[in-house]
Design a protein around this ligand. Structure first.
Ligand code: FES
Length: 72
């Protein structure tokens, strides 16, 4: 999952919820949201905004080349 919390600044995280592994399904209001049990993760740093997820999303290294984003 790639987020852009500030224009021109990109972050990437695993899209698997740290609760029971469901795929995050939406991004809205500054959080990435899990449809299974309602966990929410902040798009700035992947930290937990709302549980039951016990830990942040795992970050992924990326590099931006021109107008493309690649896993590093
Ligand atoms: S698997 Fe995401 S909240 Fe339970």
């Amino acid at each position: 999952m790639i987020t852009q919390p500030v224009a021109g600044k990109f972050k990437a995280f695993s899209s698997s919820c740290t609760h029971q592994g469901c795929a995050l399904s939406t991004v809205s209001g500054g959080t990435a949201n899990c449809p299974c049990h309602g966990s929410q993760f902040r798009i700035e740093d992947g930290s937990v905004a709302t549980g039951p997820a016990p830990s942040p999303l795992r970050p992924k290294a990326i590099r931006v080349v021109c107008d493309s984003i690649h896993l590093a």
